[in-house]
Design a protein around this ligand. Structure first.
Ligand code: NOJ
Length: 532
């Protein structure tokens, strides 16, 4: 690391994702809220994270759990008030925790005043030009299922790459661009340390700029790809980078860009663009040493090529929790939810592998993302009744894709109590499974070997040995079924094979995700950090 890089906190940070609906409910309505988060920030300080990323808390009809924003400059009463947000930031900063908020620029809610104005103003109006209205739809499909186009009363169609209630903005319209710069400034002025940018790869579609008023309306090309990862998105992020850089204290932009191959991801983190991009290639890797080594190598290489830190992520609010994803002995890798009627993950196997996977991730150089509840070893709720599902994917796919509710269930803080301490009573916007006592924080705090204590120790040692700022050198002696490397003076061995793996001679174990065997070797599905 250069001197300049060592002051850039985000290069090796551990960033904890809070999903406000499901973190902690202070007012007892069954939905988590900002005061609930503030009251639990001590937990995050105790865990040792550097920053929190808050999923959306803005006024919203909640058609997509808040990723449908009706007002970008306020807090939904469901979650509190702006004063609660200010109090959250103040408390987090007092604890040394930075705060990243979610920015949703690809689409608004259909209840956003701009969309309401577009509907009222009619075809050809400047109000319609802020969105993607056309006289004819094409064959583009919504990510959540069904057509990406919906017709309005006067016959025109609007584009929604997600839910029908999430109309896509027209990013070729200068007013849209100007508005989002102001939104960035609004939150930067309130003290936020950065933005996670939703659907970063979707803002520009391939049709011609709309400011060519004399030109006939451009034809929309058919086909699945022209709406993703277009080159035009990058100039938007370059302009935003200038905005965040004009504020003191290393504020950051983080790309949520589901792009492929991984070289495309690196384009979002070139020096004058965003600071980080989620490493979804890593998240998607199967529980295989070859697959993991390969994606670690390619991630490090493509990020190094542009001077950006690599990020690592295993779970978030859009995918099956990694403890359940890795819970299939036959290698099944569920991604879009698990239904009660589906083959169920082996909970013990998933937890064992999940703990090893987390230790492996937290030892890699770069920044790491932790999703709320993963520090408890929380599995997916894989037997949710269909009639409580709220993810729009479930309805839009004609009840064929169960979607993401299973990873969004309110998390357990206290064993025995109603809603496991999520709120003051039994209310919880999604039902929690019956047997979550053992995952509750109060069952794990101070208990040697608990997943919570494992995460806490891992974050402490990661800091102590500067693993996030280190460099990785593979240690092939551990054999083909292990993911093993040195990072500074620490050797990391994760054994994904059937045979135990010996540590280097004289190694002193710092932390292990499970017991070693009688000969001090690393057993199957176990990870160890040791000093050599
Ligand atoms: C990505 C978000 O993470 C997801 O939850 C949301 O549904 C889509 N973007 C649309 O905003």
């Amino acid at each position: 690391m250069t001197t300049e890089q060592s002051t850039q906190w985000w290069r090796d940070a551990v960033i904890y994702q809070v999903y406000p609906r499901s973190f902690a409910d202070a007012d007892g309505d069954g939905v988590g809220d900002l005061p609930g988060i503030t009251a639990r920030l001590d937990h995050l300080a105790g865990l040792g994270v550097d920053a929190v990323w808050l999923s959306p808390f803005y006024p919203s009809p909640q058609a997509d759990a808040g990723y449908d924003v009706a007002n970008y400059r306020d807090v939904d009463p469901l979650f509190g008030r702006l004063a609660d947000f200010d109090a959250l930031v103040a408390r987090a900063h007092a604890l040394g925790i930075r705060v990243i908020v979610d920015l949703v620029p690809n689409h608004t809610s259909d209840e956003h005043p701009w969309f309401q104005a577009a509907l009222a103003a009619g075809p050809g109006s400047p109000e319609r030009d802020r969105y993607c209205f056309r006289d004819e739809p094409n064959d583009w499909e919504s990510i959540f299922g069904g057509s990406a186009w919906t017709q309005v009363e006067d016959g025109q169609w609007y584009l929604h790459l997600f839910d029908v209630r999430q109309p896509d903005l027209n990013w070729n319209n200068p007013e849209v661009r100007a508005e989002f710069v102001e939104i960035l400034r609004f939150w930067l002025d309130r003290g936020v340390d950065g933005f996670r940018v939703d659907v970063s790869h979707g803002l520009i579609k391939t049709w011609e700029p709309s400011d060519k008023v004399d030109a006939p309306p451009p034809a929309i090309p058919d086909g699945p790809e022209p709406m993703w990862d277009q080159d035009g998105v990058h100039e938007i992020y370059r302009s935003w980078r200038k905005v965040v850089d004009s504020y003191p204290g290393e504020r950051i932009l983080v790309a949520e860009a589901w792009v492929d191959p991984i070289e495309r991801m690196a384009r979002y983190v070139r020096p004058d663009e965003m600071h980080q991009a989620f490493n979804f290639a890593y998240l998607l890797a199967s529980w295989s040493a070859d697959a993991i080594r390969e994606v670690v190598d390619s991630s490090l290489a493509v990020c190094q090529a542009v001077g950006a830190p690599t990020t690592w992520v295993l779970s978030n609010h859009d995918v099956v929790r990694h403890t359940s994803r890795f819970g299939y002995a036959d290698g099944t890798l569920p991604r879009n939810g698990i239904a009660a009627a589906d083959p169920q993950p082996d909970e013990a196997l998933g937890l064992r592998r999940g703990r090893a996977a987390s230790m492996l991730m937290l030892a890699l150089p770069g920044a790491a993302y932790v999703y709320q509840g993963e520090e408890f070893g929380l599995p997916e709720h894989s037997t949710l009744p269909d009639d409580v599902r709220q993810d729009p994917t479930w309805v839009r796919s004609g009840h064929t894709v169960v979607g993401r509710d299973g990873c969004r269930v309110p998390i357990p803080w206290a064993a025995g109590g109603p809603s496991y301490g999520f709120g003051p009573d039994s209310r919880s916007w999604l039902p929690q499974p019956p047997a979550w006592d053992r995952y509750a924080l109060d069952r794990q705090r101070g208990v040697e070997g608990s997943t919570y204590e494992l995460y806490r120790a891992a974050l402490r040692l990661r800091r102590e040995y500067a693993l996030g700022a280190g460099t990785l050198t593979w240690w092939p002696e551990a054999g083909p079924d292990a993911v093993a490397f040195r990072n500074g003076g620490v050797v990391v061995v994760a054994n994904l094979g059937a045979e135990p793996v010996a540590l280097p001679a004289g190694a002193r174990v710092l932390l292990a995700s499970g017991d070693l065997d009688v000969d001090g070797r690393v057993p199957t599905d176990t990870a160890v950090w040791a000093l050599v």
